[in-house]
Design a protein around this ligand. Structure first.
Ligand SMILES: O=C(O)CCC(=O)C(=O)O
Ligand SMILES: [Fe+2]
Length: 315
């Protein structure tokens, strides 16, 4: 195991110049960091884990009653593909309603489940808004410049992940999909702007940096944050969305809860004007989030050939 660790930032004073510098460095060097003093109440995080444990312990038929479909991405799913390869996990997704078909689904007979998920969503959205403000400032934009993309029409969502013990864990050296055995989640970048992640005490999450995989250590008081593709584009590659994956193990279940901070569908994102000059021409053309997300979601749901990547939008 590699000895370098992802940086840990104390967010007590996020607008402090020293914190902003540490944030910029973490975004440049890792695209991944952990945050303490993040302001999210411990009870809320405990309630969320409790809700996740109770949901995944339900009989399979009860979970299937809230299964997601080709029309509705919100609900239970246990056949997700990442890099066209089956992940060893089951998930529950909650995001905003959109039209008649896309709507949250809630399991019967789990008092407190919906409330715990909604509270976690709201708390993570507030934290992500603070972080995106700081990132915008670090990239040379006025405070609040990126906020409008994340108003009432933001398409952020919460995912509950359960990785059951796996009889055949895989551990490929590089960024390969395993030929034998399973990963909890195959290597990928997150396609939104930022991800805020709660993980339990069971190790498994790894980030790829300088040719090696590094464990993102479970820290009791911390949340994990990583840069997604949208911020990579805004930053014109100053920050990279880091590749990450989740290992399985033979004996212990693992639970995690990412909050994917995503803009409104109508958002067109391109390198911010402050990141582009004669020496640094724009590396991406404008991308429409609604279009990108629809193409990625179709690939996660079923094997439709090559998954859409940022590389398809470089200039
Ligand atoms: O479970 C984790 O720690 C990370 C999960 C992840 O990367 C994802 O769901 O995109
Ligand atoms: Fe991820």
């Amino acid at each position: 195991m590699n000895a370098m660790h992802v940086p840990v930032l104390d967010l007590t004073r996020l607008d402090d110049p020293a914190t902003l510098r540490a944030l910029d460095r973490a975004c440049r060097e890792w695209g991944f960091f952990q945050v303490t003093a993040h302001g999210i109440d411990d009870h809320l995080l405990r309630d969320l884990f409790d809700a996740a444990h109770r949901f995944f312990a339900l009989p399979a038929a009860d979970k299937q009653r809230v299964a997601r479909s080709a029309d509705n991405p919100w609900g239970f799913f246990d056949r997700e593909l990442t890099k066209n390869t089956r992940d060893w996990k089951e998930i529950f997704d909650f995001g905003p309603p959109d039209g008649a078909r896309q709507r949250p689904q809630w399991p019967d007979g789990l008092p407190g489940f919906e409330l715990a998920v909604r509270r976690y969503y709201a708390a993570c959205a507030a934290l992500a808004a603070r972080l995106i403000d700081a990132i915008g400032v670090n990239l040379g934009m006025a405070p609040g410049h990126l906020r409008p993309a994340f108003g009432a029409l933001q398409t952020s969502f919460v995912r509950l992940n359960h990785y059951p013990p796996c009889p055949a864990p895989a551990r490929p050296e590089g960024v390969l999909t395993p030929e034998h055995g399973y990963l909890g989640v195959n290597h990928h970048t997150d396609s939104g702007a930022l991800t805020v992640l709660l993980q339990d005490e069971q190790p498994g999450l790894e980030v790829f940096r300088d040719g090696h995989w590094h464990l993102v250590e479970p820290l009791a008081a911390a949340l994990v944050v990583n840069i997604g593709d949208v911020v990579q584009v805004w930053s014109n590659d100053r920050y990279r969305a880091a590749l990450h994956r989740v290992l399985t193990n033979t004996s212990k279940p693992r639970y995690s809860a990412p909050f994917f901070y995503c803009p409104a569908y109508a958002t067109d994102y391109a390198p911010l004007q402050s990141t582009v000059d004669a020496a640094h021409p724009a590396r991406y053309r404008a991308i429409n989030w609604g279009e990108f997300r629809a193409r990625r979601a179709a690939g996660d749901y079923a094997d439709l050939g090559e998954e859409v990547q940022l590389a398809h939008y470089t200039v």
